[in-house]
Design a protein around this ligand. Structure first.
Ligand SMILES: [Zn+2]
Length: 72
């Protein structure tokens, strides 16, 4: 039998949306729901733009988006 408990959506009083609540509900569940369903592409991109990763070759922090751009 498939345990579908974790796919059950419940009303969340924290963010006032319906989303899955693992382990009885957690702010993490709200964040996951928000990122997957509420956040716009622009906001997602804006957050991605801020992500920096360490470049072991040049030994500098580079924007993740720049890194990908150079890799292509
Ligand atoms: Zn919530």
């Amino acid at each position: 039998m498939v345990d579908d408990l974790e796919y059950t959506k419940e009303y969340c009083s924290t963010c006032e949306a319906e989303h899955t609540m693992l382990d009885g509900g957690d702010i993490i569940d709200c964040m996951i729901y928000y990122r997957n369903n509420v956040e716009s592409e622009e906001i997602k991109k804006a957050r991605e733009d801020k992500v920096e990763i360490w470049d072991p070759v040049t030994k500098v922090w580079v924007k993740k988006t720049e890194r990908y751009k150079n890799a292509v």
